[in-house]
Design a binder for this molecule. Sequence first.
Ligand SMILES: Cc1ncc(C[n+]2csc(CCOP(=O)(O)OP(=O)(O)O)c2C)c(N)n1
Length: 514
Amino acid sequence: MNGAESLIRSLIASGVDTCFTNPGTSEMHFVAALDHVPGMRSVLALFEGVATGAADGYYRMTGKPACTLLHLGPGLANGLANLHNAKKAGSGIVNIVGEHAETHLALDAPLKSDIQGLARPMSHWVHSATSAAEVGRDGAAAVTAARTAPGQIATLILPSDTAWSEGGPVATAEPPASRATVPSEAVAGAARALSGPRTLLLLGGQALTAANLDRAGRIAAKTGCSLLSEWSNARLERGAGRVSIGRIPYPIDQALQVLEPFDRIVLVGARPPIGFFAYPGKPARLTRPDAEIIDLADWAADLDAVLDGLEQEAGAAGTTPLGRAEAAELPVHTGALTPETIGAALGATIPEHAIVIDEAVTTGRSFFPVTAGAPPHSWINNRGGSIGYSMPVAIGCALACPDRKVLALSGDGSAMYTPQALWTMAREGLDVTVLIFANRSYQILRGELTNVGVQNPGPKALDMLSLDRPAIDWVGLAKSLGLEAYRVDEAGALTKAIETGLAVDGPVLIEVVM
Ligand SMILES: Cc1ncc(C[n+]2csc(CCOP(=O)(O)OP(=O)(O)O)c2C)c(N)n1
């Protein structure tokens, strides 16, 4: 058994059974070992950002790390933007990054680079394997790190001689440590605060499961506090019958207005609200300067226990939760495609147990309220702000949950960062319906020009935000990568196309021409 085989066996023994790969020469022993060791599902991605994004989506739906296989420094570098998003979402991932054999490193070969230096900013744990005999243990240690709450990025650098030389023992990761508890006095104090006027309970991370939202709804019913989540959530459970929770808006003025009424904000799994960006003359913190922030529990804490404790302390157990969404029967709209008619089409078609990955950017700003009464579903946001995440994340979600329908909603600008994801969807026959909102521009940035104080932008500035020269043929692109694809420019046709996409088992792309 060589080192590569002992590594794969150790990953499998530690519960990692899915690998998103884009290999090169230095990873050939790992690739060969995939056939010698049963139990590792390997999925080829044609760009490393697709592999890392897929591993992110996989973790969000399973709570279990997948691994990636990346080719030296440049391969890792191509995957970094979606690793950044995964890190901000609290997703656990094990990256295996190939490296030259030790004897070759001294020769400054073309692909030699500072892999540790590249890995560190987007990883919580970085380790270079030094011997084939130890590589199984290194793999298990990487899984232990990746499983640290809420989920961490672990990067194991694998010199090719540690893969091809005689391997050592197969190792198993330590069981995940239990999540940190919060002192009961702090919970009791926060429960008292929630009973005061003008108080917000701001939820994030594991506080957004269906059961925890029910607890929050009971606390709100009993204490009169308001509920909100952050703008971007790694995964939020919602839909008919679930406690419907609003998100702090992205646009800074709206966010300030939403938070202005609150004297006290209790944080459970959420951070103190800040703007996505700084804007001249606008505050960075979104809460009123005199508002009291009670940071009860961060996202790594045992939030089930925290919300249970709050519920008990508030005397809310047995109360009917406030704000459960009612099932909505939405009329099918016809006519022009606008954010409102597109939102209505989604509200009318999102199926039960769907996973919606939202990278709809400007088009999608108003999707949330109109889809609140759709059948129960999961909603996934980008917490890192690096665009090009939704189609890769959809791959991981679809592999993690083969019985659920996946809807990836993307602006055309965002989708062009990782279009290779479509090929992997087709190759693996994944049940994903992709909606591309083809407004042929970086629309959000037109608004941001104004927000940062640029008056009357000139033609060069506007040209940097336009995608219409040439217009991208999404249907042609998707078909060339093996997908069924449709173009729609009217709301009734969009509803029908979404229904068609959802009825098909494999991937379908819909170009929504705005
Ligand atoms: C990796 C990365 N590069 C650039 C940006 C800056 N950026 C934010 S949104 C955006 C354009 C989004 O365009 P699109 O997806 O078409 O959405 P629209 O606003 O048009 O709805 C860009 C370039 C970013 N967030 N991440």
